[in-house]
Structure formats: C-alpha cells, structure tokens
Design a protein around this ligand. Structure first.
Ligand code: CP3
Length: 358
C-alpha cells in the first residue's frame, strides 16, 4: 500500500534522524497533545480517553492542536501505548486521578491463557492506522508524522501490575519466578508490535518511537535479558518487513526511560535515535552516540518548564550547547505534565529555534 501523501515542506526531523545536515535543530515534545491545553480538555469533556483514540477524526484533531500553537517540527499521533494490551483482549480503563487501570491484570502466568494469542492487528488496531492516514493527509506536508508503540517490557509491566506503580514488583517477580513464561509474554507482545508498527508506516507514519517507560526498574542484567532482545527484534523485523513490502524503512527511536546502564548497548542496535530522559548526561551519551553514528533526542527536565521564562530560555540554550546541533532532536526528557503552562512550552520551542541555527 503506497499512498500519495502531500510533499514535505519541513523534513528537519527526518534529516536529523539520519544525521544529515540541518539548518536548525528540529523540536517536538513528548505528550505535546494533552491536558495542559484547554482545547484538548474541551474535547475530553465530551469524549472519554479511549473514544478519542478510537475515533480517527478526534485523534487527528487533538494531534494537530499543539501544531496550531507552537512552531513544532513533528506531529505525534494521538493514541496510547495500552492499545496493544487491549488488542490482546485485556480491558483497560483510564481512571481520572489514578491513570490506566486493568480490572483483571495477569495475576499468574496461567492467566496468559486469557489472551488472544493470534490477534488480527488490522482489525483490532485499524482505527490507529485510519487516524494516521487522516492526520498525514491533513498535515499537508507541514511536518513529519510520528507513530509509536510501548515496548514489550513496559507493556508486560502494566499487564501484570494492573496499573501504574513506582516499583512494578509484580512483573519483576515474574522475571525471577517465571522467566520462561515471561519470555512467552514478551514474545507475543513483540510479534504484535512488529505487525502494528509496519501497519503504522503503511498508513503514513514517517518515524517510529518505542516507549520503554519502565526500563528504569530493571538493572542492566535484566534489561539485557528481558527488554533489549525484544527491542532489537522489533527494529530489525520492522525494517526488514518494510523492505520486503517494497517500502523504505523509516527512522526508529528507542526511549528507555531510566536505562542509564544501557546507553551503549542501545547504541549498538539498529535504532537510529536514542531518546534520553532528563537524568541522563548529554555529554556522556554524545560520546557514545558519536562512536556508533546515532542521533540523540532529549532531554530538558520537564519540570524546568515551571521556571520563569528567562530561565527556560537559558536552560534550553545550555541544553543545545551540550548536545551540539548535529544528529540532534530537541525534546523534553519526558512528557508534559497536565498543570503546565502552554506559554512556557512556547518559550522552550522558540528558544530551540533561536539558539540552534547553524
Ligand atoms: O502527544 C503525545 O505524546 C501523543 C500521545 C500519547 C499519549 N500517551 C496520550 C495520553 C503518547 C505517546 C502516550 C504514551 C504513553 N501512555 C506512555 C509512554 C510515555 C510515558 O509517559 O512514559 C505511557 C507510559 C502511557 C500510559 C498512560 N496513558 C499513562 C501513564 C497515562 C496518564 C494517566 C494520568 O491520568 O495521568 C495515560 C493517559 C494519557 N495518554 C493521557 C494522554 C494525553 C492523559 C489522559 C487523559 O486525557 O485523560
């Protein structure tokens, strides 16, 4: 399926992803669509969270909202990482004040029998593909469109824990007590994600990001056994699967939050871009990424957006000074928080424009 989408007017993101020369560092922000925007809250007053995800017109609308306000260099499709557990047959509720909640988590490995082991990705997640195609068309080439998925470990963590947690002790206990069953679950997730991401590119996604948001509760040894091999299978199979279909592979980003211990391990994979959270050291990551020809993305502390605007501009300037302007995509080190000021985000975005011309 090769579609005729409008020609790109701004491809800074895609060029930076490949390490090509750019006139200015591209900038986008994780969770750039969300509750900090009054226009997003207005949509959410009328529709619940997963209805927005499942209705292409609504998902498209909230994806475009931040682009109307800020000089961003990418759109990221509005969806959630938890649509994969849903596609495998699990119920997920978005409970106000509590976040994602699974009424029936996987309490023991036997519960994996409840899962759909042969999901029809196009049937279960076709609404994401439709949202991507609509959004890519409506963008009119203004900026590239990013697709994404949760990484296998992070999705397993939610499915076993049943929601958010600071320790994820339940899924971590599986890694010690039931390593083989854990790997079965991780493999099912991996194979589903591969099909899902190939479908996203066919539908119009121009770059793909894997969110391993809970990598930080693992140590390097566990990460190398239960997270990285699946991330590697995903990047390799998505790229080869696209080639087999006659489609050019798109750049891929791995964002493993908290995985300080594995920056070099990730730099040795076929991911093009390594996303850094705000606690990771830019200079250290730059040494490693240069040695392996990778682009870096990140990593201003999101909480810096609570500072007075002059301070945000200074912090952004010093962030760019550390990363340099080549092979770099400016972003926060994690997503926007709901109580942040859109005006302060504007200062961050404008400061990247101001301080990164080359
Ligand atoms: O703008 C974008 O970045 C695109 C949309 C996006 C959302 N979730 C929308 C969303 C993306 C890329 C995600 C990914 C996601 N979802 C991650 C990985 C990134 C990360 O934060 O580490 C994770 C862990 C989730 C799971 C999830 N979904 C959580 C923890 C929450 C927050 C719950 C809360 O109440 O704070 C969600 C809900 C969610 N996903 C919201 C948005 C805008 C807010 C919920 C709402 O509108 O009610």
């Amino acid at each position: 399926m090769s579609q005729n989408f409008p020609a790109m007017k701004n491809d800074l993101l895609l060029r930076a992803a490949k390490g090509e020369k750019v006139e200015r560092v591209p900038v986008w922000v994780m969770r750039q669509a969300g509750r900090y925007l009054p226009e997003f809250r207005a949509v959410r007053e009328k529709h619940d969270f997963f209805t927005v995800c499942r209705t292409p017109e609504l998902a498209c609308e909230v994806t475009l909202q931040p682009l109307r306000r800020f000089k961003l260099d990418a759109a990221i499709i509005f969806s959630d990482i938890l649509v994969i557990p849903q596609a495998l047959g699990m119920e997920v509720l978005m409970v106000p004040g509590k976040g994602p909640t699974f009424p029936q988590p996987l309490k023991s490995p036997e519960d994996m029998e409840r899962l759909n082991h042969n999901p029809d990705v196009h049937k279960e997640l076709g609404y994401v593909f439709d949202a991507l195609t609509l959004t890519r068309t409506k963008l009119e080439g203004q900026v590239p469109l990013i697709g994404f998925s949760g990484a296998p470990w992070t999705l397993m963590a939610y499915m076993v824990e049943g929601g958010g947690s600071s320790t994820y002790s339940k899924p971590r206990s599986w890694l010690y007590k039931s390593p083989n069953e854990s790997k079965k679950l991780l493999t099912l997730l991996t194979d589903t994600i591969i099909e899902y991401l190939i479908g996203q590119v066919e539908a119009g996604a121009q770059l793909l990001q894997l969110f391993d948001s809970h990598a930080g509760v693992l140590d390097r040894e566990l990460f190398l056994e239960f997270a990285l091999p699946y991330l590697v299978k995903i990047v390799d199979k998505v790229k080869s699967g696209l080639r087999e279909k006659g489609i050019d592979p798109v750049p891929m980003t791995v964002f493993a939050k908290g995985a300080h211990y594995a920056i070099e391990d990730m730099a040795k994979t076929n991911y093009d871009i390594i996303g850094l959270d705000w606690t990771m050291d830019a200079l250290h990551a730059r040494q490693i990424s240069n040695a392996h020809g990778k682009t870096l993305q990140g990593n201003l502390d999101p909480a810096a957006l609570y500072a007075p605007v002059e301070q945000i501009a200074e912090a952004t300037k010093s962030m760019i000074a550390k990363f340099g302007t080549k092979s770099y995509i400016a972003n926060l080190g994690h997503g926007m928080y709901p109580d942040m000021s859109p005006d302060h985000l504007e200062v961050f975005v404008d400061s990247v424009h101001k301080y990164s011309q080359s």
